[in-house]
Design a binder for this molecule. Structure first.
Ligand SMILES: C[S@@+](CC[C@H](N)C(=O)[O-])C[C@H]1O[C@@H](n2cnc3c(N)ncnc32)[C@H](O)[C@@H]1O
Length: 211
């Protein structure tokens, strides 16, 4: 099924709180310990230059979408994908306030299903892969969305044992193996931040090999 695409300029401006669903418990907790500068610091070494077509998978209310917006600037464009339309509404409001000139397309969709996206220069996936048990089919799909040489920026908790809020996490060393298994290359850890929840959050960069 084709996902619902919503242009951020057409979304309502109603103020929404972060979802109280268990899905974003960890996002609420992180708001207590991390701020916009931390989000930018986790992504910045993974973005070589301003511009480009990017997607944020599991974008939620936009903590990392805002950081991505700051780093790629108005020359870039972002497809923000999440199955929670309320979180996307909140995100659209925040992006309009801080980056009114940036082109952002909001897609209320399940990212494990096929999405209608243009070839991407980069993907951010922050605190969302840990919701997916069967990671290989999704990672094959993500790689297919990327241009040759395109980038995947992963942000995750550095643990392999889950709980009810973070059901299927992956440590950096597990990510190195899974990324290689799914054809990603040059994986490296970029940065880390301490977290009261599950100890540490890391960011990692991987490439879709240039053929
Ligand atoms: C913990 S929140 C993270 C939000 C944001 N990336 C951040 O780090 O602040 C996880 C988000 O992933 C979304 N999500 C989880 N599984 C999804 C799926 N299969 N398709 C689309 N969105 C999904 C949830 O709706 C939620 O907004």
């Amino acid at each position: 099924m084709r996902p619902r695409a919503i242009n951020s300029k057409t979304l309502s401006t109603g103020i929404l709180t972060i979802s109280s669903s268990s899905a974003c418990y960890s996002a609420r907790e992180r708001l207590l310990t991390m701020n916009h500068d931390d989000h930018v610091a986790l992504l910045k070494d993974g973005i070589a230059a301003p511009g480009g077509v990017w997607a944020d998978f599991g974008a939620g209310s936009g903590a990392f979408t805002l950081a991505l917006a700051e780093l790629i600037g108005v020359q870039g464009s972002i497809y923000a994908v999440d199955r929670d339309p309320h979180a996307l509404d909140e995100q659209a409001r925040r992006l309009r306030q801080r980056f009114p000139a940036l082109h952002v397309q909001h897609m209320a969709a399940d990212f494990t299903q096929p999405l209608d996206l243009p070839p991407l220069d980069g993907i951010v996936m922050a605190n969302a892969l840990h919701f997916v048990r069967a990671k290989n089919p999704l990672l094959q799909r993500l790689r297919a969305y990327l241009k040759p040489g395109g980038r995947l920026l992963l942000v995750e908790y550095n643990v392999d044992t889950g709980n009810r809020w973070v059901p299927y996490p992956l440590s950096y060393s597990t990510w190195q193996e899974i990324a290689q298994h799914n054809g990603f290359a040059e994986t490296r850890k970029l940065a880390a931040r301490p977290s009261r929840f599950l100890g540490e959050i890391y960011s990692a960069l991987s490439f879709n090999p240039a053929r």
